[in-house]
Design a protein around this ligand. Structure first.
Ligand code: XUL
Length: 540
């Protein structure tokens, strides 16, 4: 009998899931989560993002969103201490894998390799790692401040089609390459003092293993730097991003690679065994596993800080509309994904604006008719990724400022219609949607999802499928390392399907109504963006 630990370091929180695997099957035996703002208030984050007076805008300006790598390190320490005190027999812990918010980058100087390997178990990690940072903050996926760098990289490699053809995406503001370029142009000395650029995922794997860990193709494909087909750095993009970058990037290795064993620091600090440390991946690639999408043709929607829609692809199908991305999948395949920045943050803003609890939010949704009697909004509280909106602001249509229930339905309908409209490029037959993320606990939101897509929606007992996916990846990588043959169907089978708690069917009439409403939504979106409605509308 073995235990596998999955960790998910997301924008706002850290989650852990422990799986127990024996001949009878796989069970979740432990699950714990805490929010960064509350568990580590000394870092001064709001929703996991550093406030302006804590370094949040120190190196940027408008559209900047940064967090602290030391916060993530201390959170890991706090979580391992909590798990160690939980009473589980951790001597059976065989492997640890992780998931992290994608795109964020961590900049380390040349001392890091030695410091990572010689941490003092008597002290918290942050106190010892601070001197290794060549940049005290990490730009994260919510950052929208690199349009200029996106243009420069695109031009240097020969245009968006070439960049997307190789890396899986046109240049996106939050992607790591444009962020690295901005650091190089704004702080050339600090860039020169950087010897390793990690992603959040590879940084945390390095911290656990006590040495520099590789990047997996799932998270590497969110950088505008990796050649998808070969899973190696694409030299024209690397050279277009910043001088000397090739020497600063970690290796890329398959998602089931063992990066090392849990370092002496963690073993001594929390009395943990020398478990295998599996290469970490991004939260969306991990969610693909945690929602059981190891076959083509199924789709998942994650309603987290960001809302995302994704599905597995055997062959990379590049999005020539440049809306979404092709990432590597932890199975060694690919995944199509479209990302919306205004996910839970938009839902929370409406909830808070009208003084509601989540049950009040649900009640408001249930009390309003499908279609909202024509009331609509465009939910762009923050800069939006899909479609690209760099100057945020809510746009209301027929919606009075004090109409709480109207706003609740309008934000949910807008999000679901945007998800449906902008994911057409993925060519996935959306007949069944696996819903995940915090807001997937809300049955009324899933009802709107089913009706907008005209699909069956499955709700899971585990809201954090990225964390479950990480734990399942730990199990898979451990089996590979032991020389066992274990298919991905076997990894997820009997685990993910057993967690389905509810299947919601679409209402045909309401779906027909939403198909009409989507045309109006697409037209309003196009109008707000100052362009003709046809490109979106013709695909509706
Ligand atoms: C994916 C993306 C977000 C983050 C959230 O491209 O930007 O979904 O991964 O953690």
């Amino acid at each position: 009998m073995s235990l596998y630990l999955g960790l998910d370091s997301s924008t706002q929180s850290l989650t852990a899931i422990v799986l127990e695997v024996d001949r009878a099957g796989t069970r979740i035996v432990y699950e714990h989560s805490f929010a960064f703002d509350e568990a580590l208030p000394e870092y001064g984050t709001r929703h996991g993002v550093l406030a302006a007076d804590r370094g949040g805008h120190a190196d940027g300006g408008a559209g900047v969103a940064v967090s602290s790598p030391l916060l993530w390190a201390d959170a890991l320490d706090l979580m391992l201490a909590t798990i160690a005190a939980s009473g589980i027999d951790l001597s059976r812990l065989a492997a640890i894998a992780g998931s992290a918010q994608q795109h964020g980058s961590v900049y380390l100087n040349a001392t890091a390799a030695s410091v990572l390997g010689h941490l003092d178990p008597g002290r918290v990690p942050s106190a010892q790692l601070a001197g290794c940072l060549s940049r005290p903050v990490s730009p994260i996926w919510m950052d929208a401040s690199t349009s200029r760098e996106c243009e420069e990289i695109t031009a240097a490699v020969g245009g968006p089609l070439l960049l997307a053809g190789h890396t899986g995406s046109r240049a996106f503001e939050r992607f790591t390459g444009p962020q690295i370029r901005k650091f190089f142009t704004h702080q050339p000395d600090a860039y020169a003092a950087t010897s390793r650029v990690h992603l959040v995922s590879s940084f945390l794997a390095s911290l656990l293993a006590g040495r520099h860990a590789p990047i997996d193709p799932g998270d590497g494909s969110g950088m505008n730097l990796m050649d998808l087909a070969s899973g190696t750095w694409w030299r024209p993009a690397v050279d277009a991003t910043a001088p000397g970058l090739a020497a600063k990037l970690p290796d890329i290795a398959p998602s089931w690679t063992i990066a090392g064993t849990l370092s002496a620091y963690w073993q001594a600090r929390h009395a943990l065994p020398p478990a295998r440390i599996v290469v970490w991946s991004g939260d969306n690639p991990c969610s693909l596993i945690g929602t059981g999408l190891v076959r083509e043709g199924l789709a998942a929607i994650s309603l987290g800080t960001s809302d995302t829609i994704f599905g597995l692809m055997r062959e990379p199908r590049i999005d020539t509309t440049f809306t979404g991305h092709v990432f590597g999948a932890p199975t060694g395949d690919f995944m199509g994904i479209t990302v919306f920045a205004n996910g839970s943050i938009a839902r929370e803003r409406i909830r808070d604006q009208f003084g509601l609890t989540w049950s009040g939010f649900s009640a408001a949704l249930a009390s309003t008719p499908a279609g909202n009697d024509g009331r609509m909004l465009l939910p762009w509280f923050d800069p939006e990724i899909t479609p690209l909106v760099l100057e945020p602001g809510l746009r209301r249509f027929g919606l009075a400022l004090d109409d709480g229930p109207g706003h609740v339905r309008a934000v949910v309908e807008a999000q679901m219609m945007a998800l449906a409209l902008h994911s057409k490029w993925m060519q996935v037959d959306v007949t069944t949607i696996h819903a995940t993320g915090g807001a997937s606990a809300n049955r009324d939101i899933l009802g709107v999802m089913a009706d907008v897509f005209g699909a069956e929606v499955c709700q899971f007992a585990v809201g954090n499928s990225a964390c479950l996916g990480a734990a399942l990846r730990a199990r898979h990588a451990d089996a590979v390392a032991r020389g066992e043959r274990l298919t991905w169907d076997e990894v997820v089978g009997g685990v993910v399907d057993r967690l389905i708690t509810l299947r919601l069917q679409a209402d045909r009439e309401r779906h027909a109504m939403y198909l009409e409403l989507m045309r109006a939504y697409a037209a309003r979106e196009a109008q707000a963006l100052g362009r003709d409605a046809r490109p979106i509308d013709s695909r509706a």
